[in-house]
Design a binder for this molecule. Structure first.
Ligand SMILES: [Fe+2]
Length: 390
């Protein structure tokens, strides 16, 4: 394990408080919102579209715990091009901030590209100050300063027009907040992206055992986690590493058409109930073989940490465990949530453990590789760079 001792920079003024919401750009916001509600336990939060006077954009905002996700549809050309290139995906990661203007000025002085200058949106519930910055690929960050705003989401949004009677009959998803958001980069672009966060947002490299090369027999990746001063916003940044087959990070980059959000982890305080309920709702998760749990039982016999949950139940639900001497985490990953093998989701529960599941990467990747192989993408890499299907 590697340990990083970092020097953390604090803004003189203003700060990043937490993830505010994620914005997906999708081909059909109505159906995407319904998927997140039906399969993952989100609830309609707010809406804007033709009926509410929004002539160009349709957005459905859905919420669970503190997790908010608007889905948007722009008929305009920028969104059309984005959809052709990337398919459905995460366009924007928004942070709740204090002093939006100061944070934007700091980032601008340091060379960040400001997509939308600080501006104020207002309705009868109050004002919100917003700005948009460019980050990796076509992905952006919105800074949201919502001091005193009492509306449900953002100015311009209205209550949902339709209440789906099915949702009240389904068991709770039990997801509370966004734990971390992971970005995939092409080869050799991880460090420049990490530098961008350090330089422009004053984020630091987060203490983590994940900052190293992770590999299976076939493929490999590198990952570095960046976090804000208070460590309430954590973003692992991945890149593919050379293995003898194509890395799943490379598969992502090819299908997404460049860098982008790979997965969103949502924190729960009761992963067993959450996963039981989400499986009952028909959510599809990655699976590991039973040998993983045989090995886990053996390893836990010699460990200082005591896993409170029944390992038989974790095995039944295929929930993964990672631990050190002081604590452990429980996690599980969904299959990709769109046709392309790009974005997927994670559910995570932490017991005094701040890692990201490095101990599970090998088992997880082997499971992903099985799917990658089924997609015809676990290709052999040859020295001259030409790959062929197995
Ligand atoms: Fe994760």
């Amino acid at each position: 394990a590697l340990i990083h001792i970092c020097f953390c920079l604090q803004h003189e003024q203003g700060r990043f408080l937490c993830f505010d919401h994620l914005t997906f750009w999708v081909g059909n916001a109505k159906q995407a919102a319904s998927y997140y509600c039906n399969k993952l336990g989100f609830e309609p939060l707010a809406y804007r579209g033709l009926e509410t006077g929004s002539r160009e954009v349709v957005s459905h905002a859905v919420k669970q715990g503190k997790v908010k996700k608007p889905q948007s549809l722009h008929p305009g050309s920028e969104m059309g091009e984005h959809l052709v290139k990337h398919g459905d995906g995460v366009k924007d990661i928004a942070f709740t901030v204090e002093d939006c203007d100061f944070l934007v000025e700091t980032a601008r002085e340091r060379g960040a590209v400001i997509v939308k200058e600080p501006h104020t949106l207002e309705d009868k519930y109050g004002k919100v100050r917003l700005a948009v910055l460019q980050t990796y690929g076509d992905t952006t960050h919105t800074f949201v300063e919502r001091s005193g705003y009492s509306g449900s989401f953002l100015p311009g949004f209205h209550p949902p027009l339709f209440k789906d009677p099915l949702l009240a009959k389904l068991p709770s998803g039990k997801l509370n907040f966004i734990d971390h958001v992971v970005g995939n980069q092409p080869d050799d672009e991880m460090v420049p992206v990490v530098d961008w966060y350090q330089k422009n947002l004053l984020f630091h490299r987060f203490w983590s055992v994940d900052d190293k090369q992770l590999q299976t027999e076939f493929s490999a990746l590198r990952s570095i986690v960046v976090a804000n001063y208070e460590e309430t916003v954590k973003m692992p940044i991945n890149e593919p590493a050379m293995g003898n087959r194509k890395s799943q990070i490379q598969e992502y980059v090819e299908y997404y058409g460049g860098p982008g959000v790979q997965h969103i982890a949502m924190n729960t305080s009761d992963i067993i109930t959450a996963i039981r309920n989400l499986k009952e709702r028909g959510m599809e998760f990655m699976s590991v073989p039973d040998t993983y749990y045989n090995q886990l039982r053996e390893n836990l016999k010699n460990s200082k940490v005591k896993v409170l949950e029944d390992v038989d139940v974790l095995q039944e639900l295929k929930i993964l465990v990672d631990y050190d001497d002081n604590g452990y985490l429980l996690q599980i990953f969904t299959k990709p949530v769109q046709d392309r093998p790009t974005v997927f989701l994670e559910v995570i529960q932490r017991h005094n453990h701040q890692g990201f599941g490095a101990g599970n990467f090998k088992s997880l990747f082997e499971a992903i590789e099985a799917d990658q192989n089924a997609r015809g993408n676990l290709t052999v890499l040859t020295p001259n760079g030409i790959s062929k299907n197995m």
